[in-house]
Design a protein around this ligand. Structure first.
Ligand SMILES: Cc1ncc(COP(=O)(O)O)c(C=O)c1O
Length: 431
């Protein structure tokens, strides 16, 4: 075979450290605000070891051996593929690559931090975890991690997605999770909203509020968080660290790296190790880092860079990031995992400094799901609806390279598979 079409890493090449970008940022990251004791309250909500990790200044943070073993059990390291079929279909001179986070047991990149956070929760003596979920991918990842480590789990799932994703609901229940449509009648905040509107469709901000309230009221319970916070992005850097190695092996330096973005854990995990190399001037090419979003929730594209609450009930401390504001009414889309009002502080700062770009695609999702159709027909793999946004952006970049006759190197992250999202594709593409 004359060209490389797949790069795998042996198990002993699995990263031993997570990358902490706080050590390399050109400016200090704005701190969360401690209004009305909200920061002190976090110790009754989040996993204690993770609170420590939120503000570490070391560049490299050791991954516990037990977590590395869990990563291997979940199938890491994951391959990087060259999209030879898509290149041919598009007749582009660009070289296209994609990372296979869809190969995770639960269907997405979310396991990378679920395993770490639930491991730390179990070690600290918690017997139960609660969390929010939008697409359902994060909830499944937590249910999976909890089942491996013998903890109970409760998942507050945005009602909009809970209702149509019946099979994913069964998947979480198979892992032993309690799965509730949010707003639910299990929390005070949920009951208040249901009283105002018994058929409330929910939002991620509301589900976060319910999980936070539950953790706050139950001493045996911790709340692993699915996105936005520094430590979540840091756990996810296993993706980008593997990609850096894989590109080195084939002697490629990307021109563009693309990931979809709701809160930022996927995009951050994929790009931060390379952004760090760029900040440390270890790459001599100007690399563009592009976040792909929905016009239903274009936090980086249209949001304002300011302090805001990450949750609707305002239980958590305000953080600084690009936000559409915490009570913004976001229209429904099938890619529920991208429907969040705020981008993570780290990604927001990088965007503000001009180091990260963002694009958003129309709410009808036709252009995006057409890209998924091209991808499945050319490459054979079915992406999650959220991941299709990155694929759309990769195709657009490849077509621009064709127009300009340039041999660009474009690398995208396929953050998840779409086996449990076929209804979305069938509705939008009228299958
Ligand atoms: C498959 C998939 N990709 C990407 C995302 C985006 O999440 P984030 O930007 O917070 O990583 C989600 C969120 O649920 C998801 O399920």
């Amino acid at each position: 075979m004359s060209r490389v079409i797949q790069v795998s890493l042996p198990v002993d090449e699995l990263p031993k450290y997570w990358y902490n970008i706080l050590s390399d940022l050109p400016e200090k990251l704005p701190e969360p605000l401690n209004e009305d004791g909200r920061i002190e309250r976090l110790k009754d909500i989040l996993v204690p070891e993770c609170i420590k990790q939120e503000s570490l200044s070391d560049r490299w943070i050791k991954i516990p051996e037990e977590v590395r073993e869990l990563y291997v059990r979940a199938g890491r390291p994951r391959p990087l593929h060259r999209a030879v079929g898509l290149e041919k279909m598009l007749k582009t001179p660009a070289r296209l690559y994609y990372k296979r986070e869809d190969l995770s047991p639960t269907g997405s990149h979310k396991v990378n931090t679920a395993l770490a956070q639930v491991y730390y929760a179990a070690n600290a003596g918690y017997s139960r975890v609660v969390t929010e979920t939008g697409a359902g991918q994060w909830g499944t990842a937590v249910a999976y991690a909890a089942s491996l480590m013998g903890l109970k789990s409760t998942i507050y799932w945005v009602r909009e997605a809970y209702e149509w994703k019946v099979e994913r609901r069964m998947f979480m229940k198979l892992y032993g999770a309690e799965v509730l449509a949010s707003p639910s009648d299990k929390t005070e905040f949920g009951r208040k909203l249901l009283k105002q509107d018994p058929d409330h469709r929910g939002t991620l901000g509301i589900a976060i509020s319910e999980a936070a309230e539950d953790a706050l009221k139950n001493d045996d319970t911790a709340y692993p968080v699915g996105s936005v916070l520094n430590y979540v992005l840091m756990h996810q850097t296993v993706i980008g660290l593997e990609v850096v190695k894989q590109l080195e092996i084939i002697d490629e330096v990307p021109d563009v790296m693309i990931g979809c973005l709701g809160g930022g854990s996927n995009f951050g995990g994929f790009t931060l190790p390379m952004i760090g190399k760029a900040l440390r001037r270890e790459v001599d090419k100007k690399i563009r880092f592009v976040a792909a979003q929905s016009e239903a929730a274009p936090n980086l594209v249209k949001g304002v860079y300011q302090y805001d609450f990450p949750d609707t009930a305002q239980i958590l401390p305000r953080i600084k990031g690009y936000t559409l504001t915490h009570n913004f009414n976001m229209p429904s889309i099938w890619a529920e995992g991208l429907r969040y009002h705020m981008a993570s502080p780290v990604i927001s700062l990088l965007k503000n400094l001009g180091l990260v770009e963002a694009v958003s695609y129309p709410k009808d999702e036709i252009a995006v799901f057409e890209a998924a159709r091209m991808f499945i027909q050319a490459e054979g793999f079915l992406p999650a609806p959220e991941s299709s946004y990155a694929i759309r952006a990769m195709i657009d970049e490849a077509l621009k390279a064709k127009e300009a006759g340039e041999e660009k190197v474009i690398v995208a992250n396929v953050s998840g598979h779409g086996f449990l999202d076929l209804e979305a594709y069938s509705k939008v593409l009228r299958l």
